[in-house]
Ligand binder design. Structure first.
Ligand code: SF4
Length: 376
């Protein structure tokens, strides 16, 4: 990869042929010419996956009812997980954008080993293209915070939606985020009509800081305003993911605040049930508690759905993705990780308490992962 005198990035033929899933048709055309580029795109997206061009491989597929979990091995030996969920209306794939995660949500195991590295656009695209099943929805909701890997996220969407290649409908793509403000504002300006889900999980800063520790630098009111602004600009219904934690975020004041923010807006609130993980010692709400909270919100005029948890049997549900292969196979984490975490921090997206190395971070997470009713 080089920059020419007009500051435009150019690639070599070798770079493209060794990892073609990471390039747009335009980039390939600039190097190989129109005819060759389209020929290569046909091989990548219109035929059965060809091992010659893959930089990730399927290590394992676990089946659990209507859910299947893929473990993909990356070139450097790390593993990521991708989940396919069969629904009445088709199959959804939930893709990962990072190995590990720097955000440290208290209920989620994906970040329990800290952040290892960002995925490349190619590694994201291959999670979709190499599946053994046909999907009609792509959700960026697996391991990692997609907006902290902004460039790979956007490029992978452009590649997957290209009419000359995989031709995936843009409005079948959802990005799920904890809402880093700088990137949310950038996303608003993209000419991409994707669906957006905000993982909110709280109605005040104190509770949100406990549930999503590394987002404490982003004011909750500003995050809500930014997603509503995205909704208006793109004329899209926004989904608010709200993990119900009894005694923590299901109080009358929470109902009132949700109503103040979202009543009369183009918003759907998805109430989620906590999926048991080793890292968070809290009881999941029962059906009665979920329904009671839903009713209270509906009485305020909000649109609410209870989202059924899927994939729990094979640890493929939300918050449960953490590749066992990384734990077993890798041992020490390379020092380059520190640089990646610093990069995230420099984007203004990670709280300034990001630890100096992953071991410290895991320790910090462990301490922070205790949340009780008394804390709030
Ligand atoms: S829920 Fe998402 S953002 Fe939070 S730690 Fe897990 S993977 Fe990261």
């Amino acid at each position: 990869m080089k920059k020419n005198d007009k500051d435009v990035v150019t690639y070599t033929e070798d770079e493209i042929r060794s990892d073609p899933y990471g390039f747009t048709l335009k980039e390939i055309t600039e190097v190989l010419g129109e005819q060759e580029a389209q020929k290569l795109f046909n091989v990548l997206y219109k035929k059965k996956p060809n091992a010659q061009y893959q930089t990730v491989k399927i290590k394992e597929i676990q089946q659990g009812g209507d859910t299947s979990k893929y473990a993909f091995e990356l070139k450097d030996g790390y593993c990521i997980e991708t989940v396919c969920i069969k629904r009445k209306t088709g199959t959804t794939v939930c893709v990962s954008t990072m190995v590990g995660c720097p955000v440290g949500c208290i209920f989620c195991e994906s970040g329990s080993n800290g952040f290892i590295r960002n995925l490349t656009p190619s590694e994201i695209v291959q999670q979709v293209v190499l599946l053994k099943e046909k999907v009609n929805r792509i959700v960026y909701m697996g391991m990692g915070e997609p907006l902290f890997n902004y460039n790979s996220l956007i490029k992978s969407i452009h590649i997957l939606r290209d009419r000359n290649g995989y031709n995936f409908p843009t409005d079948g793509i959802t990005v799920s985020t904890v809402g880093p403000l700088t990137q949310l504002k950038k996303l608003r300006e993209e000419h991409l009509k994707i669906q957006l889900t905000l993982s909110l999980h709280a109605t005040n800063q104190t509770t949100r800081n406990k549930v999503i520790p590394h987002m404490s630098g982003n004011k909750i009111e500003d995050v809500v305003e930014a997603v509503l602004s995205y909704s208006e600009r793109h004329n899209r219904k926004i989904t608010i993911a709200y993990l119900l934690l009894p005694g923590v975020n299901d109080r009358p004041s929470d109902v009132r605040q949700l109503s103040r923010w979202f009543r009369g807006k183009n918003v759907l609130i998805n109430l989620l049930q906590y999926n048991n993980t080793k890292c968070f010692d809290m009881k999941s709400p029962n059906k009665q508690q979920l329904v009671a909270f839903k009713n209270l919100l509906e009485r305020e005029g909000l649109e609410v759905k209870l989202r059924e948890s899927r994939g729990g049997k094979i640890k493929a549900a939300c918050g449960q993705l953490v590749s066992e292969h990384n734990k077993k196979g890798r041992g020490a984490v390379p020092s380059a990780i520190r640089l990646d975490i610093e990069k995230s921090r420099n984007n203004g997206t990670v709280h300034s308490n990001v630890p100096k190395n992953t071991r410290e971070k895991a320790h910090l997470n462990k301490k922070k992962r205790k949340i009780t009713k008394k804390d709030i």
